[in-house]
Design a protein. Structure first.
Length: 396
């Protein structure tokens, strides 16, 4: 049974099929663990009346070995058809080679929001003094800015042609080292800005959060980042005038570098963040580090208009520890929690989060977290998953 969208609502059957990509490297370890936890949480929350059937689809190294294709059409078709899916980490070569599979999925399905909630869990050791003050949701634009992927490599005919265009047609004189420069283009549109900011404001209102902060570098990039700020404010004033006047939501903005400083000094000032792609990449990883690391940072890629959503582990494939039963599955587990919330299965989501926090309070965690806990009890990937499942089975 598939998730469907009718108007503004998702229609979710009690027995739902969710396509998943296992992932490369440590994906083979974290995916089965997270699925077992989700299955137990759903069983406990709904006494067997609801369930998930996991449907594997291929991407990455596993797909290439099986089909000769890094991202088969059948995988994209499955995500299109079922609307909601989840994935482990996928390999992306740096500097050359195949295009990022993560970017390809986001661009092909137009998953324009990268949603990254960041909060602290009791028991997790943080490098900052008051991590409990960090509780934000990042709306990172997912299809424009650097994710448009418009680049020309240094020394290529395309780079030289683009350089001639800049000099001869556009009168650009500010390129200092012409012969050795690579070039990239950063598109930022009114439509892309508006749909992201609209989604962020609607999320804040639905979850009774006080503010949406537009984070940008408009003091330097006045027409792209500055446009994002201007168009975001205009959208808020045009479509949410009533909510603004009644004090239900506050819209403000801050320069990106100042925001990074403020997250360390006064993180409690912020709740929902709307920002462009590159800013959002830095911001979400810094915030994750402040509450314990990217190993416990979940993420999702969503198109709120079509209903399509792919939830994912936010870390990489970690080939250095793959197959050693060491990897922390928390990112994918918490991304699965986001998936349950997106389906409207909040009871199962809350049970999972509660069980994880109980484990952390008891010092029960994988080595990356447990080694810093005063009462730390280092567990393997499988053993950590079994600990969560035992706690779920104890729930009334």
């Amino acid at each position: 049974m598939k998730v469907q969208k009718q108007g503004e609502k998702l229609i979710v059957p009690d027995q739902v099929t969710i396509p998943f990509i296992e992932g490369d490297g440590v994906g083979a370890e974290i995916t089965p663990v997270s699925q077992k936890i989700v299955n137990e949480a759903v069983k406990t929350a709904y006494q067997g009346k609801r369930s998930i059937e996991w449907k594997e689809v291929l991407a990455g190294e596993k797909a290439f070995k099986a089909t000769g294709n890094w991202l088969p059409d059948e995988t994209l078709d499955a995500f299109r058809e079922h609307l909601v899916g989840i994935k482990g980490p996928l390999t992306t070569p740096i500097g050359e080679g195949i295009r990022s599979l993560n970017v390809a999925l986001r661009q092909t399905l137009d998953l324009y929001v990268c949603l990254r909630p960041v909060r602290w869990f009791k028991g997790v050791v943080s490098p900052i003094k008051e991590p409990q003050k960090v509780d934000m949701v990042i709306f990172r634009e997912n299809t424009e800015d650097i994710y448009a992927g418009i680049e020309w490599q240094q020394g290529t005919p395309e780079a030289r042609k683009f350089l001639r265009f800049l000099k001869d047609e556009m009168g650009v004189t500010k390129i200092r080292f012409e012969d050795t420069s690579a070039f990239g283009v950063k598109p930022v549109s009114i439509e892309g800005t508006e749909r992201l900011v609209r989604s962020a404001i609607e999320y804040a209102l639905e979850n009774h959060l006080p503010s949406v902060t537009l984070v940008h570098k408009g003091n330097i990039m006045k027409y792209t980042e500055g446009g994002f700020k201007k168009w975001g404010y205009a959208l808020a004033e045009r479509e949410f005038a009533k909510e603004l006047s009644e004090g239900k939501i506050i819209i403000n903005d801050v320069i990106a570098d100042a925001f990074l400083q403020n997250t360390l000094l006064t993180p409690e000032k912020y709740s929902v963040i709307a920002t462009l792609n590159l800013n959002g990449d830095y911001i979400s990883d810094q915030l994750a580090a402040m509450v314990g690391g990217i190993g416990i940072a979940p993420g999702a890629n969503i198109n709120y208009l079509s209903g399509h959503a792919i939830f994912e582990a936010t870390h990489g494939t970690a080939p250095d520890i793959a197959g050693q039963n060491k990897v922390n599955p928390s990112s994918l587990i918490l991304s699965s929690v986001m998936l349950l919330e997106y389906l409207g299965w909040k009871e199962a989501a809350d049970l999972t989060t509660k069980a994880m926090e109980e484990a952390f309070i008891n010092g029960e965690a994988t080595t990356d977290l447990a080694r810093f806990m005063p009462n730390g009890k280092p567990l393997g990937t499988i053993e950590f998953g079994e600990t969560i499942i035992k706690k779920l089975r104890l729930e009334p």
